[in-house]
Ligand binder design. Structure first.
Ligand code: NAI
Length: 652
C-alpha cells in the first residue's frame, strides 16, 4: 500500500513516504506530499520538516504503470513547486537511491542530507529522455553548471561523497539517517528558510568558448543519441532565459522526447535486459551454493573471469600449464585489480584482500573444493577434451563445469564428461571483468539446477545473462559471422574497408568491423579458417582478403598493419596498399566494382543481421528477438538508442 504519513517530533514534522519497492512518485504519493505540506504550513507549532522514505531507498524513480496514461494532477513538477514554496524549510533525508523524479523532489527541498551509501542521479537520458520536473533548471543552481551537465547528459549517479563535494548535499551522514536528519533540523529551524533554487543564480556559468567545448564533448559521447544534446540546450535555456522559461522549455522537450523513436528503442532495450534472464522453467529450482570458483587458463579471458569472480566475492583457484604461465595469469589478474583500484572502484584494503583470495596452480587437484569451474584455454577441441577429462577426474561430484568457448560444440565437450548434466557454456566477452554480457549456453543434457546455478552466478557477477542454445557462435558470434561475410562481399563488390567502417560509426557503432578485427588480431580467425577449409562448401562465395593480409604478416593493430596502417600513436589510417589489394581481388574475380552509399552499406549489414537473427530464432537458439537485441547491444557495439537489430528492422 502506498502511503504518505505525517508525524511530529516536537516542532519538527516528518513526512514519510512508503511505496515499496522504490518509493515511486505515483499519484497517491504526489497527492499525499501536497496534503502533508498543506498541514505543515497551517500548523504554527511546526518550524521545520523532514522528507524521508521507508524501506530500502529514497524515491528511486517514476511509477512505470503510469507510463503512457494521461497525467493525473497533481503532476510532479507542480508537487516540486509546492515543496519549494513551503513556508517552513524542508530537508530531504536520502538513503539508497535518489534517482530521476526522486532527485528532482530532493531539489525542491531546501536542504539535502544523505546516508554515506546513497547514490544520486538523473538517469533520464538512459531512456532517451531529459529530466521533466525541473532537474535541468534547478541542478545548475545548486552545483557548478559543468557538474550538472555531466550528471544530466551522462545519466550516471554520483556517490554521496561526490554529491557533497559539488554542493548537491548539505551533509553526509554516517550513522542513523533519521537521527541525523532530526539533529540537522534542529540546527536550521531558527534560521530563515533559504530562498527557492528557482530564484537563485546558476553556479559557475561557463563562458562562450567553454559552452562550445561542453557541447563538443557531449556530442562526441552521445554518438548520435539526441537526448544528451537536448539536455544541454535545456540547461542553457534555464540559465540564459531564466528559470521560468527554462521550466517550460524543459517540459516541452521532455514530452517530445517521450514520443521519439530513440526513447522507444531505449525503453525497449531497458525492459528486454530485465526480462531476458527470467526463465519460467527455473521457478522453484534452487541453484547450488557457490563459494570457490575454478578457472582454467590465465590468459586474456581466464584472467578477466577470475577478476570478475574475485570482485563478486568468490575465492578463485586458477589452473595453468606451467609455473611461468601461473605467474603470468596472476600478473594479469593483478593488472585488472590494479585498474579497479585506480578507478576508485575498490580501495587498497579490498584490493589486497581480493588478491589473497586467488591461488594458482598447475595441479588440477587444487580444484577439489571448487563448486564451479570455468575453462578458458586455447580454442582447440582436443585441448578442451583433455581439460574436461581432468575436471571429471578431480572436481567434486556436484561441481558445475563450464566452458568459455567462442565457437566449439559444448554438447560434444559435455558428452565426454562423466556428468554431462552438469556441463554448460559461460561465454564471457572481453574484457570479462568489465563487459556486462554473458551468454549462458544450455547444453542438451544440462539439468535445471546447473542452469539455475549458472544464472545465479551471472547475477552475482552483475552480468546480463542471456540464455542460448548450442550452435556455431551461439547468438552474438553467429550474427557477427553473418554480417562480416556481408561486409566482405561488399569489399569485393566495390566498397573499401574504411568506407564500411565509417558507415558503421556514423550509424552509432563505437568502431567499424574492420577496425575491430584489427584490434582483436587477425591471425586467430585465420587459423580457424584454415582449420575449417576442408569442410567449406565449395559452392559458397569465399572472400580471401583476410587470408591475404595474414600471408603478408599484417596481423592487425598489434603489429601496426592490418586492414589499416597504424601510426606510432596507434591511430588507424586507411592504407592505399589494402585498397589496391581489394580492387585487384575484384578484378581477379571478374567483378565490376560499383559505388555503395553509407545507407546501402548499413541496409546490407542490418539485413544480414536480421536474416541470421531469424534463423537463430527458428532453431530456438535464442528465446526471443529481445534476447538477440540484448546480445548485440551489450556485446557487439550495436547502438543502444536504435534498440538492437531485431527491434530496428521489425519497425521498417
Ligand atoms: P589466451 O591464449 O589468452 O589464453 C589461454 C590460456 O590457456 C593460456 O594462458 C594458456 O597457457 C592456457 N592453457 C592452455 N592449455 C591449458 C591447459 N591444458 N591447462 C591449463 N591452461 C591452459 O586465450 P583467450 O583469448 O583467453 O581464450 C580462451 C578461450 O576463451 C578460448 O576458448 C576463446 O575462444 C574464448 N573466448 C575468447 C574471447 C576473446 O576475446 N579473446 C572472448 C570469448 C571467448
Amino acid at each position: 500500500m502506498s502511503t504518505v504519513s505525517l508525524s511530529t517530533e516536537n516542532d519538527i514534522a516528518i513526512i514519510t513516504i512508503d511505496n515499496p519497492p522504490i518509493n515511486a512518485t505515483s499519484h497517491g504519493i504526489r497527492q499525499g506530499i501536497v496534503t502533508a505540506l498543506d498541514q505543515i504550513d497551517a500548523d504554527p507549532a511546526i518550524k521545520v520538516a523532514i522528507l524521508i522514505c521507508a524501506g530500502k531507498t529514497f524515491i528511486a524513480g517514476a511509477d512505470v504503470s503510469e507510463f503512457g496514461k494521461p497525467p493525473m494532477d497533481p503532476i510532479l513538477p507542480d508537487v516540486i513547486k509546492r515543496l519549494e514554496t513551503t513556508l517552513k524549510p524542508v530537508i530531504a533525508a536520502i538513503h539508497g537511491h535518489a534517482l530521476g523524479g526522486g532527485l528532482e523532489v530532493a531539489l525542491g527541498c531546501h536542504y539535502r542530507i544523505a546516508d554515506k551509501g546513497a547514490k544520486l542521479g538523473l538517469p533520464e537520458v538512459n531512456l532517451g529522455l531529459i529530466p521533466g520536473a525541473g532537474g535541468t533548471v534547478r541542478l545548475p543552481r545548486l552545483v557548478p553548471v559543468k557538474d550538472a551537465v555531466t550528471m544530466i547528459t551522462g545519466g550516471k549517479p554520483v556517490s554521496a561523497n561526490r554529491a557533497n563535494e559539488i554542493g548537491l548535499l548539505d551533509a553526509v551522514c554516517h550513522g542513523d539517517l533519521r537521527d541525523a536528519a532530526l539533529d540537522f533540523a534542529r540546527t536550521v529551524m531558527d534560521r530563515p528558510r533559504p530562498i527557492e533554487l528557482l530564484r537563485q543564480s546558476p553556479v559557475d556559468v561557463p563562458n562562450g568558448d567553454q559552452w562550445e567545448e561542453i557541447e563538443a564533448t557531449v556530442r562526441k559521447k552521445a554518438r548520435g543519441q539526441i537526448a544528451p544534446m537536448i539536455a544541454v540546450q535545456a540547461i542553457q535555456c534555464g540559465i540564459e532565459q531564466g528559470a521560468s522559461e527554462g521550466l517550460t522549455h524543459e517540459r516541452e522537450k521532455f514530452v517530445v522526447l517521450r514520443d521519439s523513436d530513440q526513447s522507444k528503442a531505449l525503453r525497449h532495450i531497458f525492459f528486454a535486459e530485465r526480462s531476458v534472464g527470467k526463465l519460467p522453467e527455473l521457478s522453484g529450482v534452487a541453484p547450488r551454493p557457490l563459494h570457490e570458483i575454478g578457472v582454467i587458463g590465465g590468459g586474456i579471458m581466464g584472467a578477466g573471469i577470475a577478476t570478475a569472480a574475485l570482485l563478486a566475492g568468490y575465492a578463485v583457484v586458477m589452473i595453468e600449464r606451467d609455473d611461468d604461465a601461473c605467474e603470468r595469469g596472476i600478473a594479469n589478474v593483478r593488472h585488472h585489480l590494479g585498474g579497479s583500484l585506480k578507478r576508485g572502484l575498490i580501495d587498497q584494503t579490498k584490493h589486497d584482500h581480493l588478491l589473497g583470495d586467488l591461488i594458482s596452480s598447475t595441479d588440477y587437484a587444487a580444484l577439489a573444493n571448487c563448486d564451479l569451474v570455468i575453462e578458458a584455454v586455447f580454442e582447440d577441441m582436443s585441448v578442451k577434451h583433455d581439460v574436461f577429462g581432468k575436471l571429471s577426474q578431480h572436481c567434486k561430484s556436484d561441481a558445475v563445469l563450464a566452458s568459455n568457448t567462442s565457437y566449439l560444440d559444448i554438447n560434444d565437450i559435455a558428452a565426454q564428461c562423466a556428468h554431462p548434466e552438469r556441463v554448460i557454456g559461460l561465454h564471457f566477452f572481453s574484457p570479462a571483468h568489465v563487459m556486462k554480457l554473458l551468454e549462458v549456453v544450455r547444453t542438451d543434457q544440462a539439468d535445471a539446477t546447473t542452469l539455475a546455478t549458472a544464472m545465479q552466478f551471472a547475477r552475482k557477477l552483475g552480468k546480463i545473462a542471456v540464455p542460448c542454445g548450442v550452435c556455431d557462435g551461439f547468438i552474438g558470434n553467429r550474427i557477427m559471422s553473418a554480417y562480416r561475410k556481408q561486409c566482405e562481399y561488399m569489399l569485393e563488390d566495390g566498397a573499401l574497408p574504411h568506407q564500411i567502417d565509417n558507415a558503421m560509426v556514423k550509424f552509432g557503432f563505437p568502431m567499424g568491423l574492420f577496425a575491430m578485427q584489427d584490434m582483436a588480431g587477425l591471425e586467430i580467425s585465420w587459423a580457424t579458417r584454415k582449420r575449417l577449409a576442408p569442410f567449406r562448401d565449395p559452392s559458397e562465395r569465399y572472400v580471401a582478403l583476410g587470408d591475404y593480409l595474414c600471408e603478408m604478416d599484417r596481423f592487425g593493430k598489434k603489429n601496426g598493419l592490418g586492414w589499416y596502417r597504424y601510426d606510432e600513436n596507434g591511430k588507424a589510417h586507411p592504407d592505399p596498399d589494402v585498397d589496391a589489394l581489394v580492387i585487384a581481388e575484384s578484378e581477379k574475380k571478374g567483378i565490376t566494382r560499383r559505388d555503395f552509399t553509407d545507407a546501402e552499406i548499413m541496409d546490407n549489414i542490418l539485413d544480414a543481421m536480421r536474416r541470421e537473427g531469424d534463423a537463430i530464432l527458428a532453431k530456438g537458439i535464442a528465446m526471443n528477438a529481445d534476447a538477440i537485441d540484448v546480445v548485440m547491444v551489450n556485446g557487439y557495439g550495436f547502438p543502444r538508442h536504435k534498440g538492437g537489430p531485431m527491434f530496428l528492422t521489425q519497425k521498417s
